[in-house]
Design a protein around this ligand. Structure first.
Ligand code: GCU
Length: 583
């Protein structure tokens, strides 16, 4: 390491600047749905690094020399930590990491043999909370910010036969991050979604969006394709066999557009019809299963395929007693099955982008989705870097799920104070969402109905806890009788807490009886209000929340209709179920 490096790194607090370049953003995303992937999941070496010694001292550079050949002392060996499974949250792997917040190093070898001389190779990380710095064979490749969206790095030309891949993940909470320092959910850390390699032709399909033109005619499909690489050919082909569609379009400056007249069976929760859509270009081809539908607002109503719909919803977090924020298909399918048993046609995926599998499965099983950006409570709304981070996460989410019929709402945030900085920040996010996607509604969950952001969004989410945080229901009665928002409102949160199995009078806090009574009163008041187009009570399952430690909570938020075991239903579950079944 040399004396000067030792001295430098113990006297410098600006060590992060050397990593401030090479941001990995939505611009490097590659369309990977249904592509053959070489998964790098499995056991990685793991070393926690609470003082950021690795970034200060440059551990990756020193990782290449086997320890028996080193002539200077070392503090980190890439294969000298414990081995942990990827994907996972480190908090759930070992009790010593339960509350760990800081940097941690993941490392593994990657063998690589090119299959063709001109192939390109992309590394894709499904999600890493929060900041991920990627190193290959000791070289720094870049950093990604955002704990719930995928990111891609091209490795073409950088891979040897035998490689060392290291990723430094940091989950510390800062007000400058999205979300900021204070949340009502558990701050998990790690590489907690798939890590994959994709081999691509020298020119490949980088982005692909296909949708029903929302003009009320239900008879025009548009598609936009973007190619990365030299224009080996100038024709892109798109086919939808079930609709007898097989068309080509000319590639101009790496992009091709399709406008196709046809009348698809429309996707809906009752009939979640999906079409096989194929796109090919040169040596590349992709396939996706697409539902075609139109969502729109008319006055204070929400309309799906021209028919007014009431969104019978529920909120969910990504939180599992065993896996933490990591998820598996079985858990997502169970969540939607529980929501359907409750009588839902709608689920609010709070408060951040959930696994991409959620929207894929919602497309299949027929559930409408609200997806959300974790601009939650207090973030640094005056900070341009914070805005860049938020906007990048929004674009990554939209690019990831733009072909999912189930996603009908992009939400740009939750329960922020109504300040000028916040209004400017959120107004720009709303504009970005609208510019990128003309086929979905834009919303936000507000804590007060008179939030100035209401002017900017299509659907106003209102989080109200009359009967719980506000014991009296009078304010809710007055709200529904006097407010005329002029656009659809979704009660995006309401509810109460109860410890499953704790019983007592319906006046006693945290009894199941009290929770059920709050639901009964809420339903009485909000169930027939002309401008309320839906409700998504808080929340389907109890979840970890480090702000909650009373005798009933013990580190959990107990507003779940089902306990954290994801099996035990509370009385309120059946109160809401009765309402939805009668709706
Ligand atoms: C808020 C917030 C949730 C929180 C909930 C609660 O509305 O949006 O994240 O968990 O209320 O207090 O339980």
């Amino acid at each position: 390491m040399g004396k000067d490096r030792v001295v430098t790194h113990i006297h410098s607090e600006s060590y992060l600047q050397q990593y401030a370049h090479k941001p990995i953003t939505h611009k490097s995303l590659v369309y990977t749905t249904n592509r053959p992937a070489e998964k790098l999941n499995g056991l990685w070496y793991f070393t926690e690094d609470p003082y950021d010694t690795g970034l200060r001292a440059g551990w990756p550079k020193d990782s290449l020399t086997p320890y028996w050949e080193k002539d200077e002392p070392w503090d980190y060996g890439w294969d000298e930590g414990e081995q942990v499974p990827v994907p996972s949250c480190w908090n759930m792997i070992n009790q010593r990491y339960y509350y760990y917040e800081g940097s941690a190093w993941y490392a593994r070898r990657v063998q690589y043999e090119p299959l063709s001389s001109d192939e390109r190779v992309v590394l894709r990380i499904g999600a890493a909370n929060y900041d991920a710095k990627v190193f290959l064979n000791g070289e720094y490749l870049g950093f990604h910010q955002g704990g719930s969206t995928p990111f891609c790095i091209e490795l073409t030309g950088l891979l040897r036969r035998d490689n060392l891949l290291q990723i430094c993940v940091n989950n510390e909470r800062f007000v400058e991050r999205i979300p900021g320092r204070n949340t009502d959910w558990f701050n998990y850390g790690g590489l907690y979604r798939d890590v994959e390699l994709f081999r691509l032709p020298s020119s490949f399909i980088k982005d692909f969006a296909v949708y029903l033109v929302p003009d009320g005619e239900y008879s025009t499909i548009k598609a936009h394709i973007e190619i990365d690489g030299s224009d080996v050919e100038n024709q892109v082909r798109l086919s939808i066999p079930e609709l007898d569609v097989d068309e080509t379009a000319v590639l101009i400056d790496g992009k091709a557009q399709f406008t196709i007249e046809c009348e698809p069976v429309l996707w809906s929760p009752e009939n979640p019809h999906l079409y096989d859509v194929y796109v090919s270009y040169g040596k590349d081809s992709i396939h996706d299963r697409i539902g075609f539908r139109q969502i729109e607002t008319r006055g204070t109503g929400i309309y799906l395929n021209g028919e007014k719909v009431f969104l019978k919803g529920i909120c969910v977090h990504e939180d599992d007693p065993i896996l933490g924020k990591a998820t598996i298909e079985e858990n997502i399918r169970r969540m939607f099955a529980d929501a359907k048993e409750l009588g839902c046609n709608f689920v609010r995926l709070a408060h951040y982008p959930h696994s991409e599998l959620a929207a894929v499965i919602a497309d299949e099983v027929g559930i409408l989705l609200w997806e959300e950006l974790p601009v939650y409570w207090t973030v640094d709304f005056a900070n341009e870097e914070t805005f860049r981070d938020a906007e990048n996460q929004l674009v990554e989410l939209i690019k990831r799920d733009q072909n999912r019929a189930s996603v009908i709402i992009w939400s740009v945030g939750n329960e922020n104070a109504d300040t000028d900085d916040r209004l400017h920040f959120m107004g720009r996010l709303v504009n970005t969402a609208r510019t990128l996607d003309t086929t979905r509604l834009v919303a936000a969950a507000c804590i007060v109905e008179k939030d100035r952001l209401a002017e900017y969004i299509d659907v106003i989410g209102v989080n109200e806890y009359y009967g719980w945080y506000i014991p009296d229901f009078g304010g809710l009665v007055e709200l529904v009788e006097t407010w005329n928002p002029g656009k659809p409102v979704i009660i995006s949160e309401t509810g109460a807490g109860a410890l499953a199995g704790y019983h007592g009078p319906k006046t006693e806090m945290f009894t199941e009886e009290k929770m059920a009574e709050v639901y009964r009163r809420q339903i009485e008041i909000i169930s027939d209000v002309e401008y309320i187009a839906g409700i998504s009570p808080w929340i389907l399952y109890d979840f970890r929340a480090p702000r909650r430690y009373n005798r009933f909570q013990r580190g959990y938020n107990r507003k779940g209709l089902i306990a954290a075991d994801k099996r035990t239903r509370k009385q309120a579950f059946y109160v809401l179920q009765d309402f939805y079944r009668g709706k």
